[in-house]
Design a binder for this molecule. Structure first.
Ligand code: FAD
Length: 440
């Protein structure tokens, strides 16, 4: 069993897409990086719909080919039925030459983590970080429990910089007590499970049996219902179905009652009932995530960076999570590389990184949560980002913002930033041509 070193330049907590990509960027720059991950990979994870934006980041770390070789399902775009209106987006209409994907996250995340190892990062699975000590006088100290081979050994590692990529557990934000949950009507939880034999929604707006995946490109299907929404994502051999509902909806329910609620809701909702008609629920597959959208006012400091879900989580209605994680990994490691070269400016680099990352989270929150996402969002940062986006990417997002009724705040910011352009008159733009009914 490899020995965990006593010190390193950068210590990464967590081996999800954020942590593994950060470790890869650093190792490729010849920086001594250690990553501690508490679970054994492949490990269970939700978040299976990936938008094509991820490729520019996987190209940067050189892992795109390995992802391509795995043969994940390529998706053409998304269809939403929101308040009974049908909207469709195809990535190819916006100049994307590479597809989005539906991925089994346990496999996808393992590819990224293995790539970090092959690039020289020292990765230790089954090692859980317990505490982080910061002081002005010495490097940060990270205290961990090594559970490898059924051991339970406590240790400490010193590092110059800490990257917290611990995902939903937001290790540092919780230790610093700066993590805030978005209250109000946007306080959701998610219940999701897996089905075998479900029909899938094709880019042709029709439903198809799983065998047709060889010939028809699927889309991610999203639908609003009452005060929540659902996703339907076809994978290889199974389909992920998730319900996002206000927290109070399942209040007081135990595991069994939640499962009954989930199955009954899936069976009664239009479109979804048809898609799941021939399908069988995979028993034991139901999972749930309370404590939905959250953020922290401070995510970077002189010697720490919180990235991915460790920094913030936005209702995943637009499948932004993994893209944000990869973006943050690139931004934080750029700041750390510069800081290692020029230590006296390290505070400045961390402040620059903080404002870039908050800009992205603010953008996602304004898009996915509308007015409710404005808690803690700096509108000027978001408007500047809108102004700097390539035209087709901006157009895709403006069209996407029409797909739900969530984006009022986003549209207002786009208007104030002066980027609405032709959408100001007719917001639906080219997407209006696609509105119509689904034949499921
Ligand atoms: C219901 C739901 C649906 C979603 N759907 C989508 C989607 O369709 N598309 C999309 O792009 N995103 C989606 N997301 C978001 C996406 O899953 C996350 O944004 C993404 O996984 C973030 O990656 P990460 O690396 O930050 O965190 P994670 O993937 O959560 O990885 C964090 C890692 O840190 C490890 N860890 C935690 N604490 C410690 C510790 N103390 N010590 C050591 N290791 C630790 C964990 O074991 C884990 O492996 C969804 C999220 C939810 C909740």
């Amino acid at each position: 069993m490899a020995t965990i070193p006593k010190s390193c330049d950068v210590l990464v907590i967590g081996g999800g897409p954020a942590g593994s990509s950060a470790a890869t960027h650093l190792a490729q720059a010849g920086i001594d990086v250690v990553l501690l991950e508490r679970s054994v990979f492949p490990r269970n994870q939700v978040g299976e719909s990936l938008i094509p934006h991820i490729w520019k980041f996987t190209d940067m770390t050189g892992v795109s080919e390995k992802i391509g070789q795995e043969g994940f399902i390529a998706k053409a775009g998304g269809i939403t039925v929101w308040n009974d209106k049908v909207h469709q987006i195809q990535f190819s209409d916006f100049g994307y030459t590479r597809p989005g994907m539906h991925v089994e996250r346990d496999i996808f995340d393992a590819i990224l983590l293995q790539h970090a190892v092959s690039c020289g990062a020292r990765v230790f699975n089954e090692v859980a970080v317990k505490n982080a000590g910061f002081s002005d006088k010495q490097w940060p100290e990270i205290f961990y429990t090594d559970k490898r081979g059924h051991s339970n050994y406590d240790g400490v590692i010193q590092c110059r910089y800490v990257i917290d990529a611990s995902g939903h557990s937001s290790f540092l934000a919780n230790q610093f007590k700066v993590r805030q949950t978005i209250s109000s009507e946007m306080n959701f939880l998610s219940l999701w499970g897996y089905f075998e034999g479900s029909l899938f929604v094709g880019v042709d707006r029709r439903s198809h049996p799983p065998e047709a995946l060889a010939t028809v490109k699927p889309v991610t299907f999203v639908m609003s219902f009452e005060d929540g929404w659902l996703w339907h994502i076809v994978l290889r051999g199974k389909t992920s179905v998730g319900l996002v509902v206000p927290t109070e909806r399942t209040k007081g329910m135990d595991k069994q009652q939640r499962e009954v609620f989930f199955k009954q809701t899936c069976a009664r909702l239009p479109y979804l009932d048809k898609l799941l008609e021939p399908a069988k629920f995979i028993e034991g597959s139901l999972q749930f995530r309370p404590d939905y959208s959250y953020y922290s006012d401070t995510i970077c400091g002189e010697n720490y960076y919180c990235i991915g879900d460790a920094a913030a989580f936005v209702d995943p209605i637009f499948s932004h999570g993994v893209q944000n994680a990869l973006y943050n990994a690139a931004a934080a490691t750029l700041a750390i590389k510069e800081s290692l070269k020029n230590e006296k400016h390290r505070l400045r680099y961390s402040q620059l990184c903080e404002s870039r990352m908050q800009q992205f989270y603010g953008f996602s929150r304004a898009l996915a949560l509308g007015d409710f996402g404005s808690n803690g969002v700096n509108p000027d940062l978001v408007k500047n980002l809108m102004k700097s986006l390539p035209p087709l990417e901006l157009e895709l997002i403006l069209v996407a913002s029409e797909m739900t009724n969530r984006s009022e705040n986003f549209r207002q910011m786009a208007k104030e930033a002066g980027v609405l352009g032709k959408f100001e008159e007719s917001f639906f733009g080219r997407e209006s041509e696609r509105m119509g009914m689904l034949a499921l």
